[in-house]
Structure formats: structure tokens, C-alpha cells
Design a protein around this ligand. Structure first.
Ligand SMILES: Cc1cc2nc3c(=O)[nH]c(=O)nc-3n(C[C@H](O)[C@H](O)[C@H](O)COP(=O)(O)OP(=O)(O)OC[C@H]3O[C@@H](n4cnc5c(N)ncnc54)[C@H](O)[C@@H]3O)c2cc1C
Length: 233
């Protein structure tokens, strides 16, 4: 069994300048003047920020970002509740984690574990840690996940198929989820999941949504600048 930390990558196919151009072109339709954008990026950014400020957010639906989340299945379950987005997720029905390509189960290190427990774990390594440190919440979690992997392997040895074996996979199993959404929806997602504007979001989704928000801001700043002020507070 392997333990890793969650992460997020930006997989974009549209350059920032193109996104700004798209949104400003759409904005120009509203007044039919065609002269709101003088062609510079700075002017386009200014227009977009002013539209966001007045709540004219349908305009920023003309630009989108694609992100790849590597996190646990509990967090992806929360992410896919956001309906105005497109998703593709690793299948637990078709992949057999005992095959060579996977080499066993991979888990996401829980947010509450202090220190870094990333790496390969075996029963022997677990025993030596418990011998030195005694039983702790972290060791109990490791034992549970090693047992999950052991059960999964026994099922595979008994010719069961992934479709049926997946029932014993835990919420902390690592998975990948690709999410494409327009800027309006990303802003909504970041408000709820990184900035907790509607109530305390789970610490693990706060962590990964904040990573995504930083990536989004660094790639396409004018769409998120007002939110950046809030997460800097
Ligand atoms: C702190 C927190 C705790 C939560 N706890 C729970 C829980 O205990 N149980 C649970 O089931 N869920 C829970 N959720 C999930 C939550 O109820 C939403 O399903 C999730 O956050 C998706 O956000 P959203 O509904 O704003 O819409 P999204 O799907 O992100 O859509 C964006 C916006 O589009 C509009 N929209 C989308 N679909 C519709 C529609 N059908 N009708 C009208 N307007 C629509 C709304 O304005 C919505 O805000 C929780 C979320 C948070 C952040």
C-alpha cells in the first residue's frame, strides 16, 4: 500500500489572452459599440474586473479552466456535487488495483495526520513504527488501510472482478478527477470550498480547492482577483 498527498494540476487548452479576448468580445455585444476593447490585455482585464464587480457574471461563462485533482474518493464525491461542470474520474469498476500497473492500493494522507507518512507501507514497516511509537490514531488508520488492501488482494486471488471488489475500497482511496468548468462556476466552487462562505467546508477540500484557486489565479488573474483579496485577509 502506498500513501500520497493530494494535489491538483491545471490542464488548460485555452491561453489566458484568448480567454480575455473571448469574454471581452462577448461583452462588446451588449452595447454594440465594438470599442470597449482596444486590444491590449490590460484593457481587457480591466473590463472583466469591472463586469465581475457589478455582478454581470454570465460574461465570464465564455472562458473555462480544466483541472486534474488527485485526492480521495470522499473529496471527489463533494466536488462532483457542483453540477455546472464536466467530469471524468478514474474507474473503480474496470481497474484491478492488484495488477502490475497499480501495484496495490494508494491512499491519500488524511489532513489530521501530523508529519509525513507518504511512501510504501507493509505490515513489517507498520509493526516497526508501532513498536517505536505505540498505537496512535495514525497507526490505527494505517492498519485499517493495510487491511483494506489485504482483503482486496484476497478477493482478487479468489477470481472476483473489480466491479464487485470495489465495495470494500475506503473513502481515503486515491483517485483522479478531471473537472472542466467556466469561470463563473470556478468562482462559485472556490467561494464554497476554499473560502467556506456558506459554512465550514471539510479541511481536505479547503486544502485542495485553495491549491486550485491559486493555480487559477496565477493562470488567469483578472477572473479571481477580488477573491484573492478575501483569501489574503
Ligand atoms: C459547507 C458545506 C456543507 C455541505 N453539506 C452537505 C450535506 O450535509 N448534505 C448534502 O447533500 N450536501 C451538502 N453540501 C453540498 C451542497 O448542498 C451543494 O450540493 C454543493 O455545494 C453544490 O453547490 P450548489 O448547490 O451551490 O450548486 P452548483 O451545482 O455548484 O451550481 C452552481 C449554482 O447554479 C445554480 N443551480 C444549479 N443547479 C440548480 C438547480 N437545480 N436549481 C436551481 N439552481 C441551480 C445555483 O445557483 C447554484 O449555486 C454541502 C456543501 C458545503 C459547501
Amino acid at each position: 500500500m502506498k500513501v500520497i498527498k493530494q494535489k491538483v494540476e491545471l490542464l488548460n487548452n485555452l491561453f489566458y489572452e484568448q480567454m480575455v479576448q473571448n469574454v471581452v468580445s462577448a461583452s462588446n455585444q451588449c452595447w454594440k459599440t465594438g470599442c470597449l476593447f482596444d486590444g491590449t490585455l490590460a484593457e481587457g482585464e480591466k473590463i472583466i474586473k469591472s463586469r465581475i464587480k457589478v455582478g454581470h457574471e454570465s460574461l465570464i461563462e465564455h472562458a473555462s479552466l480544466t483541472m486534474k485533482f488527485t485526492t480521495n474518493r470522499a473529496i471527489t464525491h463533494e466536488i462532483v456535487r457542483h453540477r455546472l461542470a464536466s467530469y471524468t474520474q478514474a474507474s473503480t469498476r474496470y481497474q484491478n488495483y492488484t495488477k502490475e500497473a497499480w501495484g496495490g492500493l494508494t491512499m491519500i494522507q488524511p489532513h489530521w495526520v501530523t508529519g509525513n507518512i507518504c511512501g510504501e507501507w507493509s505490515e513489517e514497516k507498520y509493526d516497526s513504527v508501532v513498536e517505536q511509537e505505540g498505537t496512535t490514531p495514525t497507526s490505527l488508520w494505517l492498519w485499517g488501510r493495510l487491511t483494506d488492501e489485504w482483503e482486496y488482494k484476497i478477493m482478487a486471488e479468489n477470481d472476483m472482478v473489480p466491479d464487485d471488489m470495489r465495495g470494500i475500497l475506503p473513502n481515503d482511496l486515491a483517485t483522479t478527477l478531471v473537472m472542466t468548468a467556466n469561470m463563473r462556476q470556478w468562482r462559485h466552487f472556490f467561494k464554497l470550498r476554499a473560502l467556506s462562505t456558506t459554512g465550514r467546508a471539510h479541511p481536505q477540500i479547503v486544502e485542495i480547492a485553495t491549491m486550485a484557486m491559486n493555480l487559477a489565479y496565477n493562470y488567469a488573474p483578472c477572473f479571481f482577483e477580488d477573491l484573492k483579496d478575501k483569501w489574503d485577509e
